[in-house]
Structure formats: structure tokens, C-alpha cells
Design a protein around this ligand. Sequence first.
Ligand SMILES: [Zn+2]
Length: 383
Amino acid sequence: MSSNNEVTVTEAVERRAQGAKWIDVREPDEWATAHIADTTLRPLAGAVEAILEEHPDRAEPLNISCASGGRSMRVVEALESLGYTDVVNVEGGIRAWQAEGRPTVSEVAMTAEQVDRYSRHIVIPEVGIAGQTKLLNARVLLLGAGGLGSPAGLYLAAAGVGTLGFVDDDVVERSNLQRQVMHDESRIGVLKAESAARTIAKLNPDVTVEQYPFRLTADNVFEVLDQGWDVIIDGTDNLPTRYLINDASVQRGIPVVHGSIYRFEGQVTVFHPFEGPCYRCLYPEPPPPELAPSCAEGGVLGVLPGIVGSLQAVEAIKVILGIGRPLVGRLWMYDALDAETRTLKLRRDPACPACGEGERLTELIDYEAFCAMPQAQAPTAAR
Ligand SMILES: [Zn+2]
């Protein structure tokens, strides 16, 4: 059924040499098994919508192919009815291509189950099979398996980040369950790191969880940090740990996605060593005891950590994949009561004791945990 909107493989190759884009409308698992290099995957169900958005010029030359030419012809006809004038079906699809002995690319690193599980990632050009493989090989350390670590850990596990480490020496308490959605009633009294491992094992068998059920100190922090982490998610609620992690991560060059919440307010930023400011660029030293934040429970809206922790997971994935513009040198602020967000610019301090141009801290410091009176509560220090 050759017609003026159908071309042979050879003609399709010639069209591409002259600038035509080539779109494959099969399913991700078919594409992963074998595809033609320099083609774009846009599965049939959303293909026309995607092409309308990505190729709005109705005169642009496009090659459309599938397994044997049936599905791609439906896309060609739909595009023609929408006014496209130079879109053609590749006769015989990839089967004709392979019958001519032409080479294909395959992605055998992933199982069929994985291609299915992550298919909604694989169709995103910024992720694709290569990005998903990166995520599966990535390692993210989460400081805290509580309010922020719960949504961040759940979404990173669902997204297929292959290894998650949880540092938390607490056990699950009933008052945690208003917001710490990784745990449940049956886990009360269980170590949070262990509860996290059990929840994630049920969610995604691809993910390995490493448990660190102790408090980080100057003596043990490098034992944990030197396990090859790509990024750290900081959901801690205490200043001594925050300074310790800042200094250790700057020395090791590991980016930290920082999040904090208090009542109805949340903040996120990315401390990427030497690419943007670190925590000490903003707060060179811990405050004196009389100005320190209160350790009294300030309260937090249960949903708020879901928003802030999820945004931390987004930033971690951007850092791992090297896509977009992570919140390096920018502080994202959210006020739930006003439903307002703001983003402030943050600058590196040349005099920073951790990452500045002068003499830098080389020793780690265990600051004393101290608390001020409740009225001195500061938004950046609540969990
Ligand atoms: Zn700094």
C-alpha cells in the first residue's frame, strides 16, 4: 500500500540526512529491546499530542515508524488531518530496517519489568533509558527518616534510585504518624531506619536500603559519608548535625539538598560545594545559646513535610541526572497559609570558614546541642 505518505527505509534515511526528525511510536519495552539510533520514542497513546507540542511547524519533515508500519500510519493520518504536509510513514517499520541488516541500539541493562515500571520516566526525553539507568545506579543518603525523609525516601524509591541510606537513631512514636508517612501504627517502637527499609522493600524491589541507626558525630561522619553517595538529603532538625554535615560534605564535595519546615512555612535549597554557597556562607558560626532556636516542639502542619520533602526528592533527581537548574544559590520558600512561594538569591561568602578563599576548617567540630527559651524559635530549625 505504497502512497505519497509512505516511504521505504532507504528513503527515510535520505530524508533524515536532509533534516527530517524520526519518531518511533512503539511502547518503551519494544524500544528498549531494539531501536534505530537518533530516533525519539513517543508511544502511540500520546504521540500526536507530543508531536503537536514539540513540532508545531506543520511543514517540518517528520518520519514516523513503529514495529511494522501499522501504528505509525495511524499517527501519520492523524497528523495529516491536523494540517501536517511533510509527515511520512516508514514502510515496514523497524522489522524492514532489521531485514536490511541495519544496526539497532538495545538497552539490555534493564529487565522487562524495569522497563515497564519506569516507562513514564523513559518517555521523558530528559530521563530516558540512560537517565533511568543512572537513577538505578545512584546512591542517596537521607539524614532523618522522619517528616522530610518519609516523602523524599518514598518518592526516590518509587523513582528507582537504586540505593538509599537512612541515618536516624529514633524509634517511631505515635505522634510522628501525623506526618511521617513512611511509618504506620504497627511500627511504633521500631527504629525509623528499619521501618523505612521495610516500607521501601514493599514499594520497590529494585531499591537497596542501608540503615545507619545512630547519631552522626565528628568521629563517625566520614565512615557514613565515604560510601559513595551522589547526593545527601538533609532533613535534620538540629544545629550541631547541620554544621557537622556541612563541613564534612564540603570537604568531600557532596551536594546537600537542605529542607526545613516550621508550622506553615517550608524552605528548600541545594548546597553544592564550591558551585554555590554552603550553610556556613549564610551562618558562619552557630548562634550563641541565648539566640539559639528552641528545642521545644514548635508544631508543623502534617502535609507540609510532604511538600518540602517531595521538592527535596525532585532536586536530588535533578542533581543525579544533571538536568534543569537545581536550587544552587537559591532559597525556595513556601508559606502554606498565604499559598505564596518566593525564591531568594543566596551568595557564596569569600570569607566562609568552610568553602571560602582563606584558610578553611579542616577539623570537624561537634557543637554542643543547646536550646534557648521557646520564644526564640526560628523557622530554619524546626523539623
Ligand atoms: Zn561556604
